[in-house]
Structures are given as structure tokens and as C-alpha cells.
Design a protein around this ligand. Structure first.
Ligand code: GTP
Ligand code: MG
Length: 450
């Protein structure tokens, strides 16, 4: 589900082993409605950080023109598949790296189109920080923000998937319908704030708004040029990213790395983000739930081979003693002494967002469960308690069904063993979403492992 996953091992291994450097590192997912400009901003960031030369840009300009998608050339840096370029939409999560003075970033460019929400979920589940891209162009902010628009869905998903900090970039400020209008920017900000609050974000602490243009590269790497926009005195995107405080993860805790993908490359290589603990070359670990004991042959962080890597890192880990066929995405690489639990049933607290056709939610309800990198069919087997959303206390009455907006404690069953944790122990491995027919209907957290 993630592009550019091949490691150019020979080249990097020839360079020798590089210790993971001291710069802090985090993963940033770009989310937001289709065509908001996520890939364009991602491409522009790579261009501004010197990773794409002018010749390549010219080549993309020509290719985009040939496809009658002139303005998409910046997005082509991130959208590398032919299908994506022809249609002008991202399908698979794009991955890229860049650095500032103090931090290293992995950017995950999620698709905005509603058909690819599962790919967006896989991208967001790897990130601590989200850049929510909103188009200021007349009509586009409105469509994205409507019920059923992906601005809403992505925010709710991001929050549940553990994206704790959000930068809200109001993009396309250069568009002829916007012309860097402060009124338009303020309108979007004032409409977004109550919604972000209702989705669980602390707007003062965890959210920062800024105006940008991905296409012309304004207010990204350097502060806003006053001749372009006179009223903005705040930070540019790179500064805002540098200033984000990422949540603490324990480098000494029990190792947990959900596997998002795997492939064969001189052994079995698994990809994922370390949620807890550290990994070193030579470590003995376990793949759960199939309890395969493995040895770590090599660890790759971004492009480089490293001796050890800690929490928050996106890794490719080469393993011995396990076949690629025996690993599925959703499995978890973990410590032998304290492995993750494998369960087929668990208790959760769910918030019902929007049921299809106002259906009722009751025992027997079937949905698709997304939890870290796991995607499994599931069934609600029992409703245990309804929670009063105002007092957050359980209601006395026995509950048989609930409707939109309800908060309910229920028991959920899956057919195959899945590896999860209680939210209170490992938040990143204990929060999930339920989807039916391509729509997110509920978000929840694991309260008990049955
Ligand atoms: P999906 O991946 O399909 O969700 O779309 P996206 O959010 O990645 O949008 P993309 O970067 O593909 O851009 C969509 C269109 O918006 C392209 O035509 C871009 O040129 C245009 N666009 C993006 N950013 C800007 C901007 O800052 N200003 C203007 N005027 N147009 C922009
Ligand atoms: Mg895109």
C-alpha cells in the first residue's frame, strides 16, 4: 500500500553502517479532501529541499501537459504511478523524506479520494503529526467540509489513529478566486475550529493554522513574502513543523512494531513504525500472532542502514528464520519476553459517527475493523453499556441498540487472531475505526482483551 518501498540495499550497505543521528525524527501524514493539494505540497517540499532538480521538473511539466494536466506537475513528484498521473489523484500513500536544521521528517502523502480511505488509514496510522490540507478555492473548501466530504472523515480518522498534532494549511491562497484574501482565510479557520474541537482536538494546544500556496511554494520553506501576502506574520510550514512537540515514546519499553508491508530482499523484509521500545541488529524477536521466533539481520531507517532504532521510526527490518509468505500486514514484530496479545474478541468503547441510512447499531452488526495495520471483518456480539456523552458515565438502562452519535461499550469478535493492546497500555495499538461499505461509521478504543 505504500509506494517506493524498495531499498537500494547494495549502494547503502557499501557505504557502511550509519548510526541513527541525533536529530529528532517524526512522521507527518498529509490528509484532506481530494485535490486539496497534498501531493503538490509534498512535491514542492522535495523541490525546495533540493531533492528534485530543474530538469526533472521540466520533464514533469511536459508529461503533465501531454496528459492535459498542466498544473499537476508538482504533484507528479509524489504521484509516481501511471494511473495516478493520468487521473490526477493519489491512490497509494507516497513516502518521502526531508530534513530541517533540527528534525528529520518522513512525509506520507495520503490519497484524498473516498475510494482510497483504507490507504489513508494505513498512512495516518504511521504518523504522529498531520498536515490537514484545505483548499481555499471558491467552492472547494465547501465540498470538502460538507457531510460526506473527506475533510471531516480524515480529521476524525486521524484523531483516532493517534495523530496527536495537526497543522491546518489553508492552501491555494494564490488562486484567482482567493487572491490571498484574509477574509477567506478567517472564514475557513472559524468554520474549522468548532469541528476540530468536536473531533477531540485541543485547538489551542494541538492545532496550528497557516496560509500557503503549494503550487508557487509560498510560506513553505521560508516565511511569507510580504509582497505576496501582507497580513500574515506567523510561521511558515517548515518552522511550524520544527516547533511541533511530538509525544514521548518509551525507548526502553517492550518492542512493538506493527507490520504494514513485507517483501523478499535477501531474506524477509518487514516495514512498519516502531510504536514502543528499540531494535538492534542481532536482536531476537517474535512475530505475532503466529509466534515465529526471528532474528534481526539488518535495520534500515529511511534510506540508511542503522545499528539501532527507537520509537517513532519508520523501519524496514530484515529478518531470518521466517518466510515472507508467513507474514501478513497487521502482524506485529515484538519482544519475546513480553509479546503482544493475540485475540479474537475484545471489549471496546465506541463512538458511533454516522450509520448508513440511519441504521441501528445492535448485536449482529458487521463491519470492517481497522486497528494499526490490521484490517479484519468483525461482528458486534454484545452491547454492554451505553455511556452518557455529557457526563461520560454509564447509563443504568439495559441497552439493546443505539443510534448515530451514541457512545457504547460493546464486545467485538473477529474470525482470525489479531494483535491489539488495551488503549490504556498502548494508545497507538488500542484505537480503531469501524467502516461499512466504504464509510467510517464508528471510532473506538480497546478497553479490555477478552
Ligand atoms: P488527491 O491525492 O487526489 O487527494 O489530491 P491532492 O490533495 O494530492 O491534490 P494535488 O496535489 O494532486 O492537486 C490537485 C490540483 O490542485 C492540481 O491541479 C494542483 O495544481 C492544484 N493545486 C494544488 N496546490 C495548489 C495551490 O497552492 N494553488 C493553486 N492555484 N492550485 C493548486
Ligand atoms: Mg495526492
Amino acid at each position: 500500500m505504500v509506494k517506493d518501498k524498495k531499498i537500494t540495499t547494495s549502494a547503502h550497505e557499501a557505504l557502511g553502517e550509519i548510526e541513527s543521528d541525533k536529530k529528532r525524527h517524526f512522521n507527518v501524514v498529509f490528509i484532506g479532501h481530494v485535490d486539496a493539494g497534498k501531493s503538490t505540497i509534498g512535491g514542492q517540499i522535495l523541490f525546495l529541499s533540493g531533492q528534485v532538480d530543474d530538469r526533472t521538473i521540466q520533464k514533469y511539466e511536459k508529461e503533465a501537459k501531454d496528459k492535459s494536466r498542466e498544473s499537476w506537475y508538482m504533484a507528479y513528484i509524489m504521484d509516481t504511478n501511471e494511473e495516478e498521473r493520468v487521473k490526477g489523484i493519489t491512490v497509494e500513500v507516497g513516502r518521502a523524506y526531508f530534513e530541517t536544521e533540527t528534525s528529520r521528517f518522513t512525509i506520507l502523502d495520503a490519497p484524498g479520494h473516498k475510494s482510497y480511505v483504507p490507504n489513508m488509514i494505513s498512512g495516518a496510522s504511521q504518523a504522529d503529526v498531520g498536515v490537514l490540507v484545505i483548499s481555499a478555492r471558491k467552492g472547494e473548501f465547501e465540498t470538502g467540509y460538507e457531510r460526506g466530504g473527506q475533510t471531516r472523515e480524515h480529521v476524525q480518522l486521524a484523531k483516532t489513529l493517534g495523530v496527536t498534532k495537526l497543522l491546518v494549511v489553508v492552501n491555494k491562497m494564490d488562486d484567482p478566486t482567493v487572491k490571498w484574501s484574509k477574509e477567506r482565510y478567517d472564514e475557513i479557520e472559524s468554520k474549522m475550529i468548532p469541528f476540530l474541537k468536536s473531533s477531540g482536538y485541543n485547538v489551542k494546544k494541538d492545532v496550528q493554522f497557516l496560509p500557503i500556496s503549494g503550487l508557487i511554494g509560498a510560506n513553505l520553506k521560508t516565511r511569507m513574502d510580504k509582497s505576496i501576502c501582507s497580513w500574515w506574520n506567523g510561521p511558515c510550514l517548515f518552522e511550524a513543523l520544527d516547533a511541533v512537540e511530538v509525544p514521548f515514546r518509551d525507548p526502553k519499553g517492550s518492542f512493538r512494531m506493527p507490520i504494514i508491508d513485507k517483501f523478499k530482499d535477501m531474506g524477509t523484509v518487514v516495514m512498519g513504525k516502531v510504536e514502543c521500545g528499540s531494535v538492534c541488529e542481532g536482536d531476537s524477536l517474535m512475530v505475532m500472532p503466529n509466534k515465529a521466533q526471528v532474528k534481526v539481520l539488518a535495520v534500515f531507517c529511511d534510506e540508511d542502514r542503522v545499528k539501532r532504532a527507537g520509537p517513532g521510526e519508520n523501519l524496514r527490518v530484515r529478518l531470518s528464520a521466517v518466510e515472507e509468505e508467513d507474514i501478513l500486514s497487521g502482524f506485529v514484530l515484538c519482544s519475546v519476553a513480553n509479546p503482544i496479545h493475540g485475540v479474537t474478541e475484545f471489549v471496546s468503547q465506541l463512538q458511533i459517527l454516522e450509520l448508513l441510512d440511519n441504521a441501528i447499531f445492535t448485536a449482529g452488526y458487521k463491519a470492517v475493523l481497522h486497528i494499526h495495520s490490521v484490517v479484519e471483518e468483525c461482528e458486534i456480539v454484545e452491547l454492554l453499556q451505553q455511556i452518557d456523552p455529557k457526563t461520560k458515565k454509564p447509563m443504568k438502562k439495559k441497552v439493546l441498540f443505539v443510534k448515530n452519535g451514541a457512545v457504547v461499550v460493546c464486545r467485538i469478535q473477529v474470525n482470525n487472531l489479531i494483535c491489539i493492546e488495551k488503549f490504556s497500555d498502548f494508545p497507538q495499538l488500542g484505537r480503531f475505526t469501524l467502516r461499512t461499505e466504504g464509510k467510517t461509521i464508528a471510532v473506538g478504543k480497546v478497553t479490555d482483551l477478552a
